[in-house]
Every structure is written in C-alpha cells, then in structure tokens.
Design a protein around this ligand. Structure first.
Ligand code: FCB
Length: 432
C-alpha cells in the first residue's frame, strides 16, 4: 500500500473565519446585508464560537491538530474609525492563548471577507483611505499578538471576494456586473497586502506573512487545440497570476510563503461568443474516460490539481502552505475519500521535495457558508445548529491519524475502509 510521509514539524489543522463561526457579528457589512433579506440565510449565532472557542479548540486538539487558522474580526476590534475596543482585543488574546495552551500554532487572517460597517459605508476597499485604515488596524493587531503569532495572512482570496461583491452580487455590497470595480478591488486588496506585509515585519521581523490565494487548477479542455489553450491561459492569468503580480515589487512578490486555498479544477474551452469570449466556457464533459465528481456546490473534485498548483507555485522559491482545502457534502464516504485523495497528492508533493510547511483543512466544523448559509457542509465535525453540538465525522478520524503519525497509508483500490462512524443526519437547519 502506498505510504506518504510528511516532515516532523508539519503544520496540520483546520481553517475557520470569524464571521462564519463566531456568531453575533453585528458590526460588519455582512450583518445588514443578511438582515436586508437579500440572502435566504442569516449568520445569527453561527457556531457560537465566540463563547465556545475553548471547547472547539479542545476538539481540534483531540482530533490531532497542531495548528489552527482563524481570522480576527476587524469590526469588533475597531467598531468605529480609530476606536479600538479593549474587550474584543482581550478576547482575541484569550483565543490565541487557548490555542497555544493546546499546542495549536495560530495562523491568523487579518481580513476574511468582512469589512467594518463604517468602512463599507464609505465605499469599502474602493475608498482611497482604505489602505491607511487597514494598515492602522494591522499595526494594532501585530503589536498586540505578534509576540505569540508568527504566521499571518493579510487578506483572504482577493479574486473571490471581488467576484462575489461586484460581479455576481451575492455578497455585500451586492453589485452585479461591475467588472471595473471588481478589478479596482483586486488591485486595492493587493495594495493593502503590501502595506500590511511591511507593517507586520516592522513589528515582528521573523514573521511569516502571505495572503491566502484561491487557486483553482485551470486547464484547457483539449491541450492540442490552440484556442482552448489561449482561453485557459487567459483565465489562469486572471484567476491565478494577477494577484501575484500585484503583490510584487521589483519583480518579487512581497511574501514569506505562498498560501494556497485549493478546492477544484476548471476545464476551459473556447467559445467565441458573449461573456465567454475572453475567458472561454467551462467544459462539463467527462475527460480521459473517467466520470467527473462534484461537491454539493457543483465544484469538481480533483486531487491531482492540488499537486499541480503546488508544483506551479514553486516558481517563487518560497515555502508553500495549503491554507484551505475541503469538500461540501453530506456523504461520509465521499468526504473521507476526498480527504485521502488530497492528502495523497500533498504527500506526492512532499516526496518530490517541494517545501510544503502545512495543510489546513476547510473546516473544523460546519459553519455559516456565506451566501449558502448552512446548506454547504464542509466540517470535519458536523454542527447541530440548534444544540451547537459538534460530532466528528469519519474523515476527522482519518485526518487525526495522519496528523499524529505524519504518515498517510493509502489502501489499494477497493480496499478503502468503510467509515466507522455514521455521518450525522443533516436536518434542514437554518441559522437565524
Ligand atoms: C473559501 C473561503 C472560505 C469558505 C470556503 C468554502 O473560498 O475562503 O471562507 O467559504 O471557500
């Protein structure tokens, strides 16, 4: 049976984001957007992680993790411009201390999709002073927590948030088809990253700083067809390369490591009409004679892509980390299989000598999945949103063994063990 080995100090854990788990985040731009009825879901109490964080970190520790990615909620820390709230700052002290006490290395995201309402009302990232404002908040956070936090992610997925906020319109501020604003937002977010990078390093010179990049594996439908190659390249440039150019100075990205959120492959084919003209159309056909598999959100499941994107990003000569990877499903066998397949791809990357430092699974427990509410279930643990009970799923046990042994043994085809614990039933619960 193939066995993959990982370095002794490899970081293993799960990733979360404040608005998705904490509950009661009334001061950011998502809250009024949810209340306005533009979405069928509200974050409400979410996972009540604001109160239950110690119990959740016990769970992470019991599941074998030695790292944890979380985000600070800017709107709690700075509820009004220039006013920094001591209760919120002390809360995150307690959160970070609770992680360290359990042997969990904190990986801290400074901005995970939500803006304080005061910034959103002034135009959000498109406000000319947003960079200054963000840098000031980052300085506060780095001074306060920098003694205990070495791994920092400045912003999460600039291309994804720009797309949803200004093109699809299902995230605040909810504008549709505003491509110009989306591009300006990506540029602004990358500028924020560059400023934040410097601010953090001035406070903690040995910090490891990156932004979290959403990184689909983009491939042409027919690699022998120049038109398919052209549109796939255009799409790949826009989705994957652009941000790295924008965070660069004198040809080098201002990063200490490359943080990749990998979920899916996108197969692109030439379609010379309408919107597809520049970036092609998604090909949904089966390829290479194998049926393609999808998660509950319609994203293709493709473990090979994880290896491909890791290889691709070695071009910067920096350490790599998977800062998100996971699957929305209610099928226990699929979740376990997804995890095993992606960890095997990670193992192949390590065996090839790639400098991968960690893997953070999305996510610890089912949470508020933005515009999809609680319908998309990514958790290693199931969350019952009525009782707030967390129940680890079979995949959590597979992951636990890997975290504790730094080894993944992949059964031969047909020999995969049947999950030992049944997937908890997912009722049609809503957070509200
Ligand atoms: C990523 C986001 C994260 C979560 C997962 C499923 O794009 O960073 O918050 O929504 O997708």
């Amino acid at each position: 049976m193939p066995t993959y080995r990982f370095p002794r100090d490899f970081l293993w854990g799960a990733a979360t984001a404040a608005h998705q788990v904490e509950g009661g985040n009334r001061l950011n731009d998502w809250w009024p957007f949810e209340q306005s009825g533009r979405l069928p879901y509200r974050s409400g109490e979410a996972c009540r992680h604001w109160e239950l964080f110690e119990q959740d970190f016990d769970l992470a520790r019991d599941l074998g993790h030695n790292a944890h990615r979380l985000s600070l909620e800017w709107s709690r820390i700075e509820p009004e411009p220039g006013r920094f709230d001591e209760t919120a700052r002390a809360h995150y002290d307690a959160v970070i201390d609770a992680l360290l006490a359990r042997g969990l290395e904190p990986v801290v995201t400074l901005h995970h999709f939500t803006n304080p309402q005061w910034l959103a009302e002034a135009g959000g990232w498109l406000n000319a002073r947003a960079v200054e404002r963000f840098a000031r908040y980052v300085g506060h956070a780095a001074r306060r927590y920098g003694d205990r936090v070495r791994w920092w992610l400045t912003v999460n997925e600039p291309t994804v948030v720009a797309k949803h906020a200004y093109v699809v319109g299902d995230w605040p501020p909810g504008e549709k088809g505003a491509w110009g604003k989306a591009l300006r937002m990506i540029a602004a977010t990358c500028r924020e990253h560059r400023r934040a990078y410097r601010v953090i390093h001035a406070i903690r010179p040995d910090a490891m700083v990156s932004f979290a990049h959403s990184c689909p594996w983009v491939v042409p439908c027919d690699p022998n067809r120049p038109q398919d190659r052209l549109v796939a390249r255009a799409r790949d440039f826009f989705l994957n390369d652009l941000c790295f150019h924008l965070v660069s100075e004198r040809g080098r990205p201002l990063l200490d490591f490359v943080a990749l959120n990998y979920y899916t492959r996108t197969i692109v084919r030439w379609k010379p009409e309408g919107k597809a003209l520049r970036f092609g159309a998604d090909c949904l056909e089966d390829h290479h004679g194998e049926p393609r598999r999808y998660n509950d959100m319609g994203a293709e499941i493709c473990p090979d892509g994880l290896l491909a994107v890791l290889r691709d990003h070695t071009r910067f000569g920096l350490p790599l980390m998977i800062t998100e990877n996971g699957v929305a499903t209610t099928d226990a066998a699929l979740r376990t299989d997804y995890l095993r397949g992606h960890l095997a791809a990670l193992g192949r990357a390590v065996a090839e000598g790639l400098d991968v430092r960690g893997y953070l699974h999305w996510t610890l427990m089912d949470n508020f999945e933005w515009a999809l509410g609680t319908t998309a279930r990514f958790g290693l643990a199931h969350t019952d949103f009525t009782t707030q009970k967390r129940t680890p799923r079979p995949a959590a046990e597979l992951f636990r063994r890997v975290c504790l042994t730094n080894e993944l043994v992949v059964p031969e085809v047909g020999q995969a063990p049947v999950p030992e614990i049944a997937e908890p039933a997912t009722a049609a619960e809503k957070v509200c």
